[in-house]
Design a protein around this ligand. Structure first.
Ligand code: ZN
Ligand code: ZN
Length: 376
């Protein structure tokens, strides 16, 4: 039994769950059985791959494959790839192969440009869960998280990661227990104490999720911001500014030398609210220019920046970061959904900030700090 449809394509919303199951011996391949929100397709072993391919979609992707098949004098149907009356391939990978294509990862099958890239041999090698080495942007009970710094860091380490990037809320986020300068000093002392205990293989990176204020400035004086290893700058209020003002606000935050990452760039929450109005292209170009990393917020409500923009971000030269925005231990595992989005967006591991090893990210962040000192 295999999950297919929107779920297998890693879509951010799955309206209908499609399952392909192998029929018992002698059983017939069936038309899909359907109940509310669930579709089950039965297939025998011989035609299973083709059934899976069709049940996975997307419709546009399948159409493009059928076109290639017909140009080659073949016929692609839900029961396999045929030449005249002979079944050439019933397995998914074999079908791609017989069409002269490499296997195309399900996440890419949206009929955008994946078939064209496959034909040219230029499909990206997509990031995987295993590529991620640490997390950035997590909350603790110092702001609105449920656990202490120590508990969150240890849970991260237990998951096999090399660093835990704490980024609690900044002082203007009163509603979320934003940190005062004194509380920051206290958290840094605690991080230093824990880091000594962790030794060389694991580290707490000291960050902050700084509110971007209405005028685009960050939430603390520069002297305070410079004490962090990294700064995630995010918008948490004044969503109603018009497109021009909202874009300007983000551009100003991006040009701040202390900004490392732009958090949940559009503020959208799936099925709850659309994002605020911004010129995403302009914002991405600014991120590339100022060497500011674009977050793929992995929280299932957010999944922001939307995967449809990832390709543009890569073309402009941006790095991306898959951040769980975890407020509790279970939420650390949200990283997986961010990976799914990055895969849909066609992002390879070498463009993901937190696919860097601990020595690499330490060097990267130190270099950023150094250019900060030069700018001052
Ligand atoms: Zn946030
Ligand atoms: Zn957050």
């Amino acid at each position: 039994m295999t999950l297919a449809g929107d779920f297998r394509r890693g879509c951010e919303l799955v309206r209908e769950l499609t399952i392909v199951a192998e029929a018992p011996r002698g059983g017939k391949t069936s038309e899909p059985a359907q109940t509310d929100g669930l579709r089950i397709r039965l297939s025998d072993r011989k035609h299973f791959g083709a059934a899976l391919l069709f049940a996975t979609g997307s419709t546009t992707h399948i159409e493009q494959l059928r076109e290639i098949a017909s140009k080659k004098g073949m016929r692609l149907e839900a029961d396999g790839l045929h030449k005249c009356r002979t079944l050439i391939a019933g397995d998914e990978a074999d079908i791609y192969h017989a069409l002269g294509l490499p296997f195309i990862d399900p996440e890419l099958r949206e009929g955008r440009n994946e078939v064209e890239l496959a034909l040219k041999g230029k499909l990206p090698k997509l990031v995987t869960d295993q590529d991620l080495r640490g997390n950035l942007h997590c909350h603790t009970d110092a702001s609105d998280g449920t656990e202490t710094l120590e508990t969150m860091a240890k849970a991260t380490r237990q998951r096999g990661f090399e660093y835990f990037g704490v980024a609690d809320h900044s002082k203007s986020a009163h509603y979320a227990g934003g940190l005062s300068l004194e509380e920051i000093a206290q958290q840094h002392r605690e991080a230093d104490r824990l880091n000594k205990r962790f030794g060389k293989d694991f580290r707490i990176l000291k960050g902050i999720e700084s509110d971007i204020l209405a005028d685009g400035s960050l939430d603390y004086p520069d002297e305070a911001l410079k004490q962090f290893d990294f700064v995630v700058a995010s918008i948490h209020g004044r969503f109603k500014l018009d497109r021009k003002a909202q874009t300007q606000r983000l551009l100003r935050a991006i040009s701040h030398p202390c900004t490392t990452i732009i958090g949940h760039m559009t503020g959208r929450q799936l099925q709850r609210r659309p994002g605020y109005e911004i010129d995403v292209e302009k914002v991405l170009r600014a991120c590339a220019k100022h060497d500011v990393v674009v977050e793929i917020n992995a929280h299932p409500w957010r999944l922001d920046l939307d995967w449809r923009w990832h390709q543009a971000a890569l073309e402009f030269g941006c790095m991306l970061s898959i951040n769980p925005d975890a407020h509790s231990i279970p939420e650390l595992d949200h990283m997986h959904w961010g990976v799914q989005m990055a895969r849909k967006g066609g992002v390879p591991a070498d463009r993901i900030l937190n696919a860097m090893t601990l020595p690499e990210i330490t060097r990267y962040l130190r270099q950023k700090r150094r250019s900060l000192a030069r700018a001052a």
